[in-house]
Design a protein around this ligand. Sequence first.
Ligand code: NQM
Length: 349
Amino acid sequence: MRGGTSKGAYFVADELPADQTERDDLLLRVMGSPDPRQIDGIGGAHPLTSKVAVVRRSDRDDADVDYLFLQVGVDTDVVTDQQNCGNILAGVAPFAVERGLVEVDPGATTADVRIYMVNTGSIATASFPMLDGAPRYEGDTSIDGVPGTAAAVRLDFEDIAGGSCGSLLPTGKVVDVIDGVELTMIDNGMPVVVMRAADLGIAGTETPAELEADDLLRARLESIRLQAGPLMRLGDVTAATVPKMTMVSEPTSGGDISTRTFIPHRCHEAIGVLGAVSVSTAALLPGSPASTVLRSGAGSDGTVTCEHPTGSFIAKVEVDSSAALPAVRRAGIIRTARKLMDGTVFPRS
Ligand code: NQM
């Protein structure tokens, strides 16, 4: 399924090996990893298209299904559950309906599915249109980074702050300095290090290819990331896909802030969902480096529009900065998702 601006293989949990080592080995073979082209599998040769959702009926009172996200390395043999993915999340509820994991009234025109996000221990509610007992994928919502239009999937998040790092601001500070660069280490659903692009010597309007070709920039980002990991209570992040590294600058196309994000070694063609929620939250914190490039007045309507390399992304975020440590009141976003194929995959032996 395509979930937002990412693409992944969605599995019913019972159909994968219960043993984690066996499961990860199978998923590497399914995706064709490790191989930069993933030529012998169904992965798309980029971290954004080498993703897996594992979905099961939930035993919890507050959720209908459990969603475990797995990032499958492209040119590495690493499968990690150390991050969540809000784009792949957009396809979880339609998939759950397709697979009969949630009961829906055959006459219903909309469905609300509560999803327990196993990676971060928090809940999202997905709301989307239904037709004749099945998810309706056609619609007129367009999201940047995906051609055409599709039905909207609204995602509302509860208590996502600190899901990976223990708290919204794992160091207890809005501003820290690493390698002489002022930054905010934040986790509002995704651990992200947010810095001003200018402080890294870039304009912030470069293309992902230009940024990926900048060896000095990549070395500086990786040095900061490896130091940020333990400070964010993520431990040694050498082999981890978090924290994400976002460089922000003043908006140029009518949005509230411009972003360029390394995830963490490839540059995102757009921006992750929970990544954007975390970056938007950082920008709304008075005194943060990101707040200095945020459009004045941004956030007053409860949304922040993040420009990214292929358009923009609207994050709904309300922050209460009146207390000593800021708290997040609510967060949500609109995505689209689509079933691309349904069938049997033949992993290499
Ligand atoms: O931040 C890419 C994506 C993501 C993650 C990544 C995401 C999120 O765009 O919630 O969606 O940052 O690895 O799929």
